[in-house]
Design a protein around this ligand. Structure first.
Ligand SMILES: Nc1ncnc2c1ncn2[C@@H]1O[C@H](COP(=O)(O)OP(=O)(O)OP(=O)(O)O)[C@@H](O)[C@H]1O
Length: 279
């Protein structure tokens, strides 16, 4: 297994180096100011401030990951950037074209794959556009398939095609790889980076996986109780990040605190109280 992983890793590293090359030659400079801009952003539910006084900028073409323990406000922030949550009266600038990829692909099972990708598009060339997007994710041979016949990884690739066919300036992803097995996740990472290097949207990726964040991003943020408590800019080429990972990982993990362990202890306490819950 280690041998397989290391072979994949070598290929992966080469791919990453290629992404860096494409980025360097890209005409989309990262210097035109913030595509996303939040100033003093606050989101309350009732009296409870989930996010408080948050400032955030994302540059055009920048890949940002957001880490944070459960309940820290990651999805709330992502929903605001997606325009799904009201930001009325707030100093919030988000681009007009946005797309979201969720943890589950959310395909409509009664529509064929290409129709899922074409959902909401208008014009006579809709099928061709859907086909081109599906070709980019390596699924043009499944255009007329039903979503229920796809694997988890294929479904996520369709969800990516559905997002990219809209040519979004901002691509938001809420734990899109969490339900995939390790090898599929590895391949989808590779695909996401390839698509990103070609289309160059700004990306906000919500993830629980520190290593994933380090591998993929230009910048990693840690959110805690609705505030950004750590920020790491990663300038090393993606193919050379393994040597950095240990130190950076420790720094980010230390900012993530002990929330998950406490959560597990809380869950254990509930089950200790009710030992007869049938599973
Ligand atoms: N519509 C809502 N009404 C009331 N409270 C909400 C609402 N949406 C989110 N919250 C609360 O806001 C807090 C942050 O939720 P959010 O989903 O943003 O966290 P998260 O960091 O994405 O967590 P996870 O990693 O578990 O998905 C949680 O305590 C949640 O219960």
């Amino acid at each position: 297994m280690n041998a397989i992983l290391s072979t994949l890793q070598t290929g992966f590293t080469r791919q990453f180096l290629r992404y860096e090359d494409q980025r360097a030659s890209s005409s989309t400079a990262n210097t035109t100011g913030g595509l996303v801009r939040l100033r003093g952003f606050t989101r309350r539910f009732g009296d409870n401030a989930i996010i408080e006084g948050l400032d955030l900028d994302i540059a055009p073409g920048e890949f940002v990951s957001l880490l944070g323990r459960s309940g820290s406000g990651k999805t709330t922030l992502l929903r605001t950037l997606a325009g799904l949550d009201s930001a009325e009266g707030q100093d919030v600038t988000i681009p007009q074209t946005r797309a979201v990829v969720f943890q589950d692909a959310r395909l409509l099972p009664w529509k064929r794959v290409w129709r899922n990708v074409a959902l909401g598009l208008r014009g006579s060339d809709v099928r061709q556009r859907a086909e081109a997007a599906l070709r980019e994710v390596g699924l043009d041979h499944r255009l007329d398939a039903w979503p229920l016949t796809l694997s988890g990884g294929e479904s996520q690739r369709v969800a990516l095609a559905r997002a990219l066919v809209r040519e979004p300036q901002l691509l938001l992803m809420d734990e899109p790889f969490a339900a995939l097995d390790a090898l599929t996740r590895f391949r989808v990472h590779e695909l996401v980076l390839r698509l990103w290097s070609v289309h160059r949207p700004s990306v906000m990726l919500v993830t629980h996986d520190v290593d994933e964040a380090i591998k993929l991003s230009d910048r990693v943020l840690v959110l805690d109780k609705g505030r950004i408590v750590a920020e790491e800019r990663i300038t090393a080429p993606r193919g050379e990040r393994e040597i950095l990972t240990v130190e950076l990982r420790e720094a980010l993990l230390s900012k993530l605190g002990t929330g998950r362990i406490e959560d597990d202890a809380d869950i254990a306490a509930v089950f200790d109280d009710k030992p007869n819950i049938p599973f």
